[in-house]
Design a protein around this ligand. Structure first.
Ligand code: NAD
Ligand code: UD1
Length: 339
């Protein structure tokens, strides 16, 4: 199937292009390169032997969207990754986040409807779950009470898409709630290329291991967790990408709205991740304990049972795979996609 992939030069989008091609699909990418490099798609072509048609532009540009749907009359569904995703920045610039993330989703759905393409997979996040849920989070756990404009923008996009599916029974909407995506393609050709100082744990660990950062600050060692450090559900980006391929199959056979967790269901603490990285790669990651980071939860992870039963998808790769593949990418590309 021909699949329009918005945000397809980004971290998760580029890995998903690889898995789509390997499953026999044909991705077409639209991205404004705000947070990514077109080099990622050259690397996808190196991995798969297939060039990916690329449109540089903004998802909010409806004329451009129409141009794409006119040029590719056989697009069967859309995977919508494009969006701004830095939690801290969203607190500083809420309007930018609401404007970009909501307007792009609405423009996209409007034009999809005009062309009769009514199948969409949306990148949501575990951040939409209320902090007062019991863990693990299930798809029917409470949502809302988000702690950042970024989180609310995902919550609101989910609602917009749910309403579209309610209004027109021809629509098929899949909301995928990602837990903590990490790792890189095993080729070391594509991976996460954060701009500036990384906010997230795994890129900070790998930049510390390679000497770009002096020391990792572990935010909090007095949480009510087995070793006192924060616990999350890290998922290998290749497993996550394969979850999208399973969702494409699901979309072709169903209408209405469905939501799925994409996580492993295996909790992992910050200290466990640091030690796994050292063991997998034979490197040292210097760390210090620092105060808790404001807004962080002690622990959360997914119940992935519904994805397994309904999508027939389950994460196969473990924390050692995640650490090995992150390091392979980092050491092959110390400056990311910049030569
Ligand atoms: P990314 O920043 O690497 O990819 C997003 C891509 O969207 C970038 O290439 C960016 O240039 C593009 N983009 C942004 N706004 C655009 C617009 N208006 N028009 C066209 N292109 C635009 O991020 P990622 O980690 O690959 O995340 C992909 C999606 O998954 C995002 O929606 C993100 O919110 C969501 N998500 C990510 C994580 C994570 O930890 N990485 C977790 C949960 C959900
Ligand atoms: C954050 C976002 C979440 C987003 C996710 C993407 C917040 C509150 N949540 O989640 O919305 O979907 O990123 O992956 O920002 N840690 C350190 N030192 C560091 C960095 C992180 O100890 O330098 C710890 C954190 O305290 C946390 C764990 O590592 O316990 C994971 O942090 P991170 O990778 O930032 O992800 P989340 O906070 O889970």
């Amino acid at each position: 199937m021909k699949v329009l992939v918005t945000g397809g030069t980004g971290y998760i989008g580029s890995h998903t292009c690889v898995e789509l091609i390997e499953a026999g699909h044909t991705p077409i990418v639209l991205d404004n390169l705000y947070n990514s490099s077109a080099e990622a798609l050259h690397r996808v072509a190196q991995i798969t032997g297939q060039e990916v048609p690329f449109y540089e532009g903004d998802v909010r540009d409806e004329a451009l969207l129409r141009q794409i749907f006119d040029a590719h009359r056989d697009i069967g569904c859309v995977i919508h990754f494009a969006g701004l995703k830095a939690v801290g920045e969203s607190v500083q610039k809420p309007l930018d986040y609401y404007e970009n993330n909501l307007s792009s989703t609405m423009a996209l759905c409007r034009v999809m409807g005009q062309y009769g393409v009514k199948k969409i997979i949306f990148s949501s996040s575990a951040t939409v779950y209320s902090a007062d849920n019991e863990i693990p989070y299930r798809e029917d756990s409470r949502i809302g009470g988000c702690t950042s404009p970024y989180g609310w923008s995902k919550f609101m996009c989910e609602q917009i898409l749910r309403d579209i599916a309610n209004a027109d029974p021809q629509w098929s909407v899949v909301l995928l709630r990602y837990f903590n995506p990490v790792g890189a393609h095993p080729s070391g050709l594509i991976g996460e290329d954060p701009r500036g100082i990384p906010n997230n744990l795994m890129p900070f660990i790998s930049q510390t291991a390679i000497g770009k950062r002096e020391v990792l600050s572990i935010f909090g060692n007095d949480y009510p967790t087995p070793d006192g450090t924060g616990v999350r559900d890290y998922i290998h980006v290749v497993d996550l990408a394969r979850g999208h391929v399973a969702a494409v199959d699901y979309l072709t056979a169903h209408t209405g709205e469905a939501v799925f967790n994409l996580g492993t269901g295996t909790p992992c603490s910050v200290l466990e991740m640091v030690h796994a990285f050292e063991k997998a790669n034979g490197v040292t990651v210097p760390y210090i304990f620092a105060p808790r980071r404001s807004g962080d939860l002690p622990a959360y992870y997914a119940d992935p049972a519904k994805s397994c039963e309904t999508l027939g998808w389950k994460a196969e790769l473990n924390v050692i795979d995640m650490c090995r593949d992150t390091w392979h990418w980092q050491s092959k590309n110390p400056n990311g996609y910049d030569a």
